[in-house]
Design a protein around this ligand. Structure first.
Ligand code: ZN
Ligand code: ZN
Length: 435
């Protein structure tokens, strides 16, 4: 019954039924944990696991552990992920290629690419999923050259053939590192050597790569030659490039196309509005915001996760249930004062609200990643790295602020946004401001 409820998405009913049970076994617990992980509610899955450890007489089995590793990957819960890995080693839980690949993915997605590589190198047998996990992991960390080296190694060993997903990783590696020539070459070989027909996601990677490099003519040519209709990801990638290079003319056309495909997607309005703001066309930005209001389009709230004291804490812009909120705000204000002394100027151009500069600054201060960072400064040991996971892209102002923070507070700050990792250290970011 619980399994059925979970599969139907009736998580609360499943929870209720579970709570009413007088007796539970490992299968019951595993069903709950796996169901919550699959529903994208990893935080609760981990809570269930802790409860199981406290209250039940069962040891987790491979099913429990595999689900938990995948929860940790999504949440960026490195400490808990490490704990599971140690647990498996300590109790001799037999490893297989599936579990090991999950660990490679978990360490990469939790910001620990070194450990991810170590697990990968220790694997006795690697299938295409394992290779692909490693390539994609390096790619989101902006280690494009290293990702391509792993890919070449895979080809040299010749035991498995790359698939569509492998090529997404390879092209993504080129994109995040600005490797235009390599990207073009691998995109060509997909068809010519491996007989893999490029999919919209591969085109999106290429358009992203070309757009970032400012090669708009080539990007448009590629889109016009697509055998299928370009989707929102392809156009979205082009819009990103336009924003980066301030190409308002093309950006406007692309944004209109995107809005005709998905008229209720707030992200496209925001990007177009930012593009206008960047070009100082505030009247147009204002008009766009009125349209958004009229259509009732709301922004997806930014949300950031940070692990501390063995738990994952969640921060979002308007709602925060953390009782520490007042303390966090005081820390943030103090941090901002120090940043300003070091030369930081808040970039208020990306703030969409119609308010004066002073208030704009305030609303920047409430970005979820800022709250999480302040919490991290409070809760973690001096000198230790701070890891944050954000559901949207990191905004350019927080990006500037985090660079300053990494230098002033001598902290490594690792942020995973919805696209890639940013490692801030000594005043610089690993993305080289290219994201
Ligand atoms: Zn921000
Ligand atoms: Zn960065």
């Amino acid at each position: 019954m619980i399994g059925g409820y979970l599969r139907m998405g009736a998580l609360d009913l499943a929870k209720q039924l579970f709570a009413d049970m007088s007796e539970r076994n490992l299968v019951t617990w595993n069903t709950m944990i796996t169901g919550f992980v699959q529903a994208g509610r990893g935080r609760e899955a981990l809570e269930f696991f802790h409860k199981m450890q406290r209250s039940a007489r069962f040891d987790p089995d491979k099913i429990t552990l595999a689900s938990l590793i995948s929860a940790c990957s999504r949440l960026g819960a490195l400490d808990q992920g490490k704990w599971i890995h140690n647990y498996m080693q300590k109790w001799g839980v037999p490893m297989d290629v599936v579990i090991e690949t999950a660990l490679v993915d978990m360490y990469a997605k939790c910001g620990c690419i070194k450990r991810s590589l170590e697990v990968f190198r220790e694997m006795n047998y690697k299938d295409v999923l394992a290779w692909t996990a490693m390539i994609s992991g390096l790619a989101i960390h902006g280690q494009g050259e290293e990702a391509l080296d792993v890919f070449k190694q895979m080809l040299v060993e010749g035991k498995c053939k790359p698939n569509q997903v492998t090529f997404t990783g390879v092209l993504c590696a080129c994109t995040h590192s600005g490797l235009v020539a390599e990207g073009r070459q691998y995109f060509q070989t997909m068809r010519s050597i491996y007989s893999i027909e490029p999919q919209p996601q591969h085109y999106a990677c290429m358009v992203d790569l070309l757009g970032r490099a400012g090669l708009f003519g080539e990007a448009e040519l590629l889109i016009s030659n697509m055998p299928v209709e370009p989707d929102v990801f392809v156009w979205g990638a082009l819009l990103g490039g336009c924003k980066m290079h301030g190409n308002l003319e093309l950006g406007e056309t692309v944004a209109q196309r995107l809005l005709s495909l998905e008229p209720l997607n707030h992200a496209f309005y925001v990007q177009l509005s930012n593009l206008y703001a960047k070009a100082n066309r505030f009247e147009d930005a204002k008009k766009l915001r009125t349209t958004m209001k009229d259509k009732g389009i709301k922004k997806i709230p930014g949300c950031s996760l940070i692990e501390a004291d063995g738990r994952v804490h969640e921060f979002s812009v308007h709602v925060s249930h953390d009782p520490l909120m007042e303390e966090i705000k005081i820390v943030l204000e103090k941090v901002t004062r120090e940043l300003k002394l070091a030369g930081y100027v808040p970039d208020v151009k990306e703030v969409l609200l119609e308010i004066d500069d002073n208030e704009k600054e305030q609303s920047l201060l409430q970005h979820s990643e800022r709250l999480a960072l302040a919490f991290g400064l409070m809760k973690t040991e001096a000198g230790s790295p701070i890891r944050i996971i954000k559901n949207l892209r990191i905004c350019s102002d927080c990006h500037v602020a985090f660079k300053f923070i990494s230098k002033i507070f001598k902290r490594e700050v690792i942020v995973r946004d919805c696209k890639r990792f940013h490692h801030f250290e000594g005043g610089h970011c690993s993305c080289k401001d290219y994201w």
